[in-house]
Structures are given as C-alpha cells and as structure tokens.
Design a protein around this ligand. Structure first.
Ligand SMILES: NC(=O)c1ccc[n+]([C@@H]2O[C@H](COP(=O)([O-])OP(=O)(O)OC[C@H]3O[C@@H](n4cnc5c(N)ncnc54)[C@H](OP(=O)(O)O)[C@@H]3O)[C@@H](O)[C@H]2O)c1
Length: 287
C-alpha cells in the first residue's frame, strides 16, 4: 500500500514542489491549499487535492475528515509546510497582526497535528514534519512576528518529540533558508496590508526593505537554493529508520545555527546586523 502524506500550503514554493516530488516517488499525496483555484490547479497536475485553510478550524476539520474517509482512517505522514511572514518592526505591530501570524504558523498547525496524532497512535506509527526556519533559532530585525511564531512552532515541535519518545511516531523540523519560492512576494503583500500606510520611525528602512528585499529579486538572494533541496531532506525524514530531529537546509541555516551555539548575544547581533545591513540600513536611518 502507498504511504500517504498530507501537505499544507501546496499552492506554490516548497509545498508545491514537495507534493509533486513525493507523488512521483510513489506516495499518496494529499496536497492541500487554501484557495479553490489552487486546488483545481493541483488536481490538474494529477494530485489528490482539497482545501485547507489553517486560519479556520472548520476547514482543518473538514479536510482531515475527507482525507481519513479516503484512507480508511490512516495517514503515514503530515508535513506542516504552509506559512508566510509579516515584516515590520516590533513597535509597529499591533495585536491583530501578531495574532494573524500566530494563527497560520502556530495555532493552525498545532490543531491539525492534534487531529492527526490519534490516527498515528492508533496505527502505531507516523511521521510529523514541521517547516520551521532558521528564524525560529535566531532573530533578525523587522521580522519579529515571524520569528516569534517560528520560535513557538519550534518549542511545540521539540516538546512533542519528547512526549512521543518511545513510540514509532517520529517528529522532525526542517530549518530551510533561503529557498526560492513566493515567500518574499507574499511577505511584501502582507507588509503592504499590515503596515505600509502607517507612519513609523522606520519609514526609510521600510522603503529600503521594499526596494531591496521584498520585491522578489530571487536571483539576488545569496546562497538561495531551489525547493528540491528541501524535498531531499523531507524524503530522509519520511524514509530513514532514524529521522533527524532537525534538518538544516542551506549554508546560512547551518552557519547561523552554529553561531547561535558559540557566540554571545552581542557578537551574534553584530554578525546579524552586518549580514542584513544592505536590506535594512536601520543603523544609519535611526540616528
Ligand atoms: N522560502 C524560504 O526561504 C523559507 C525559509 C524558511 C522557512 N520557510 C517556510 O517554508 C514554508 C513554505 O513557504 P514557501 O517558501 O514555499 O513560500 P510560498 O511560496 O509563499 O508558500 C507558502 C504557502 O503557504 C500557504 N499558506 C499561507 N498561509 C496559509 C494558511 N493560513 N492556510 C493554508 N495555507 C497557507 C500559501 O497559500 P496561499 O497561496 O493561499 O497564500 C502557500 O501555499 C513556510 O512555512 C515558510 O515559513 C521558507
């Protein structure tokens, strides 16, 4: 019998690529997306697809119910992939913006995982993979909401791994970055919706961020990899008898995870300021 996997956020980027890759590898893939037009596109690619919006409990319950009906109540794996960033300085974020970010990256994936866990416990095995980020391990300025949500996801993931110790349900988290996808384009849209019209001490910084970082100049992002780099690690997490707890993907992810372990905060802050000063320039503009 084919191994089945539910993947969230398959309309583009990592989710889209991984869904097609695993389908070709012989998995029964339930590629979910929040828009019906994307579900239709995925079906046209030959995938089994249905709507799942992580911000909506009804949508999560409905999708899981439909999938379990098709699989006789079993599921080999869950890949909590979907997510987006809402850029902006911490002092410019309101409660609703932070809540929105947490709905999609923390609350939705936890709710979904908790619906799938009894299925895995009953069948006696399973794989749960979270799409984390190196920004769940280190922070960068103007990404406070995103970093906080990925730190929270990381904490839930690590706790769950400890709680499932001794079972055949393995939990992994991938820390990719940067990967070519629609992430920056979507972050730009989120920035425009949440912050663009508001006055801020960081006005010049934001203009610069929009120009240099958010305009989706994919080719300009140093060390960026294609989504196939992620699919390779996902395959290991799904197929190894000893999946890793953490998978770092790309040079920056490896480097910053290492620096986090060896550097004091002040030195790490300096490195982060230097490495992102071109896109942010906050030092100069704040004076
Ligand atoms: N690209 C990178 O460098 C990078 C680095 C580290 C981590 N990640 C993580 O990788 C994951 C995938 O991102 P990506 O790079 O592939 O970006 P992407 O191309 O923008 O894909 C994000 C996907 O998530 C979906 N999504 C967002 N909010 C959702 C919600 N509430 N419910 C259901 N689906 C939702 C999007 O759907 P819509 O099309 O409907 O918006 C889209 O399918 C994210 O969790 C991201 O944080 C990416």
């Amino acid at each position: 019998m084919k191994k089945s996997i539910l993947i969230t956020g398959c309309s583009s980027g990592i989710g889209s690529y991984t869904a097609q890759y695993l389908h070709q590898r012989g998995y029964r893939v339930f590629a979910t997306a929040r828009k019906q037009s994307d579900v239709d596109k995925l079906k046209n690619l030959g995938l089994e697809s249905l709507q799942l919006d992580l911000d909506n409990s009804n949508s999560i319950n409905k999708a899981v119910g439909e999938i379990l009906d098709k699989t006789n109540g079993t599921l080999y794996a869950l890949f909590n992939n979907a997510g987006y960033g809402i850029p902006g300085a911490v002092e410019d974020l309101n409660r609703n913006t932070v809540r929105k970010q947490f709905e999609s990256i923390v609350f939705g994936p936890i709710e979904l995982t908790n619906l799938i866990l009894p299925v895995m416990r009953k069948q006696g095995y399973g794989r749960i993979i979270q799409n984390g980020s190196i920004l769940g391990i280190i922070t960068m300025p103007f990404r406070g909401a995103y970093c906080a949500s990925k730190f929270a996801l990381e904490a839930f993931n690590n706790t769950l791994r400890q709680e499932l110790h001794g079972t055949q349900i393995f939990v992994s988290i991938i820390e990719p970055g940067p990967i070519k996808s629609e992430f920056r384009k979507n972050a730009h849209k989120n920035f425009q919706n949440a912050l663009e019209d508001k006055s801020s001490i960081f006005e010049n910084t934001y203009k610069n961020m929009e120009k240099e970082f958010l305009s989706n100049k994919k080719e300009k992002i140093p060390f960026s990899l294609g989504p196939e780099a992620v699919a390779k690690k996902i395959t290991h997490a799904l197929e190894s008898t000893k999946p890793k707890a953490h998978y770092y993907i790309g040079f920056p992810a490896h480097l910053f995870a290492f620096l986090r372990r060896i550097l004091p905060d002040s030195a790490l802050d300096w490195v982060i300021r230097k490495s992102s000063s071109k896109e942010n320039e906050w030092q100069a503009k704040q004076k």
